[in-house]
Structure formats: C-alpha cells, structure tokens
Write a protein that binds this ligand. Structure first.
Ligand code: C2E
Ligand code: CA
Ligand code: CA
Ligand code: CA
Length: 278
C-alpha cells in the first residue's frame, strides 16, 4: 500500500512538472509569436437571428505553434496575460480587425457593419489605455462608432474600468459585456458602465430549449436588457432549436456554429459577398 501510494505521488509530480515545463516553454515562445507571424485572426459572424443578416464579426485570435500546431486561445491568452504579451497582441488584433472592417465596409458600400474585439483586463490596466486604444482604431481608418469592445465582468471586478469605458464611449466606441451571467456577475456593473450589449454566455445557450434553469437565466437576462434598453447577443448557438427558442424569447442577435464557425478573413469576405447565412 505504501509503495502504491508513493507511486501515485510520483506519477502526479511528474505530470505536474511536465505541465509547468510546457507552460514555461509556451510562455517564452509566445513572446516571439507575434514577430514570427504565428498569430492570425479568425472572424465569427454575428447575425440577426431572424433572417440571418450578418451585422458584424467578432475577431478571435489564433496561434499556430511551429511544432505543437494550433494552441487554443483559452490556453495562450491567460499566458499572454501573465507575461504582459497580451498588450502587444491585443493592439495588433484591434488594428488588424479594424483594417478588415474598413475593407468589408467598402465591399458592402459603406454599410454599417461592426467589428467586435475582445479586450483583456491587463490591457485595460495599462496607463493611457484609452488613448492608445483610440489611436489604434483611428490609425486603421475605422470609424470608432463601428467598433465594439468586449470586456468581461471580471475586468470590472479587478479594477475600476469606468474611466476607460467612459472615455472611449465619448469617442463613439461601443461596449459589450462578455460572458454575461458567469462567475463574476453583478448587476451593479450595468449601473456604472455605459455598455450597450450583453453577451449571454454559451453555457446557458447550450441548455436551450430543454433545461429550465438555463431558459430561466436567458429569459432573465433578456428582461434586464429590455428594461435597460440594451441589446442581447447570444453566443454558442449550435442548433436550429436553440435559435428558435431564442427568437421566441425575443433575443434578436447571436453567433454560433449553426451560422458559422470563426473563419479566415478571406472566407469572411466571400461570405459578405454572398449575403445572409440562412
Ligand atoms: P469569447 O470571447 O467568449 O469567444 C467566444 C468563443 O466561443 C470562441 O472561442 C468561439 O470560437 C466559440 N464559439 C463560437 N460559436 C460557438 C458554438 O456554436 N459552440 C461552441 N462550443 N463554441 C463557439 P475561442 O475562439 O476558442 O476563444 C476563446 C476565448 O479566448 C474567447 O472567448 C476570449 O475570451 C478569448 N480570446 C480570443 N481571442 C482573443 C483576443 O484577441 N483577445 C483577448 N483578450 N481574448 C481573446
Ligand atoms: Ca467575446
Ligand atoms: Ca463570450
Ligand atoms: Ca468566454
């Protein structure tokens, strides 16, 4: 029993050190990834649930490691936040996404099409974050009011982001509260922050239409949004049933594999030429 016990501990230790070694290696590789052109951006359409019209795209960063292949953002974004690399990466994503937006708006005859970009709490904590963010948007030639920045409720727990949001809001930039309903939910954010979109987390959409608790939460978020005059965007819509249920609850916009996975900018261009997604 003693041996078996020790064996287990050893196996556990070995796994743990392998894991942290891997993380260390990834951390240092990540600091070079941008310069080595290993990062790309995929774009997921945001659509009108009724009709499938594309209203915009969410920019989602991708990292293809030279030996390990694709590393999911849920793995490398936290590493980039630890090292601070997220600041450079985040600005690059924002600039790139804004340049694409300008290209796509030309294609559609300057129609209002929006771009959503995720901002890390670490970016928000930078001195001059607001001025730098606005500089990146305008340098790319984008109209600030076509840009939506997605922040999480987590960001506003760790620091006061009211100054950042208010300054950019004054310049026309819009804000979405991402992953709404998740761990850090606090309705007082809605009172303090001039956000206009609530994004319902995909974990709640996943339970539609069958799970009563998820339906209840989605319904409650829509009711809050309605009374505050906010728009709701549902994430992670994978089935026609989920889309139908969201429409029945009067949710107007969403994104998910049912419509499209995140796609390359070239594929997004082709999709815009084609029109709607359903
Ligand atoms: P998020 O902002 O909540 O993005 C939505 C995630 O849901 C994306 O995962 C997207 O690919 C995925 N998704 C979209 N439709 C569906 C669906 O129908 N079903 C399922 N199961 N998933 C769907 P992704 O691209 O892996 O990104 C994960 C997270 O990484 C993002 O979550 C965001 O928090 C972060 N992230 C990605 N790119 C950036 C970035 O440029 N900057 C920052 N700060 N964070 C980023
Ligand atoms: Ca997001
Ligand atoms: Ca989200
Ligand atoms: Ca998320």
């Amino acid at each position: 029993a003693k041996n078996a016990g020790r064996g287990r501990v050893e196996v556990f230790d070995e796994d743990a050190s392998k894991h942290s070694l891997g993380r260390l290696e990834l951390r240092s590789d990540l600091s070079q990834a941008l310069a080595r052109n290993e990062l790309t951006i995929h774009y997921q359409p945001i659509v009108e649930l009724d009709g499938g019209q594309v209203v915009g795209f969410e920019a989602l960063c991708r990292w293809t490691h030279p030996r390990r292949g694709p590393i999911p953002p849920d793995e490398f974004i936290p590493l980039a936040e630890e090292t601070g690399a997220i600041v450079g990466i985040g600005e690059w994503v924002l600039g790139e996404a804004c340049r694409r937006l300008v290209e796509w708006q030309r294609l559609r005859g300057n129609e209002h099409l929006r771009i959503s970009v995720n901002l890390s709490p670490v970016q928000l904590a930078q001195p001059d974050a607001a001025a730098r963010t606005l500089d990146v948007i305008t340098a790319a030639g984008a109209v600030p009011s076509d840009v939506w920045l997605e922040i999480t409720e987590h960001s506003s727990i760790r620091q006061d982001v009211t100054g950042f949001v208010t300054a950019l809001r004054a310049a026309g930039v819009h804000f979405a509260l991402d992953d709404f309903g998740m761990a850090y939910s606090n309705l007082s954010h809605l009172k303090r922050l001039p956000v206009e979109i609530l994004k319902i987390d995909k974990s709640f959409v996943a339970g539609l239409p069958a799970k009563d608790t998820d339906r209840g939460i989605v319904r409650a978020v829509l009711a809050i949004a309605d009374s505050l005059g906010l728009t709701v965007v549902a994430e992670g819509i994978e089935s026609a049933d989920q889309r139908a249920e969201l429409l029945a609850l009067n949710c107007r916009q969403g994104q998910g594999y049912l419509f499209s996975r995140p796609i390359t900018p070239e594929a997004a261009t082709a999709l815009l030429r084609a029109g709607t997604l359903i």
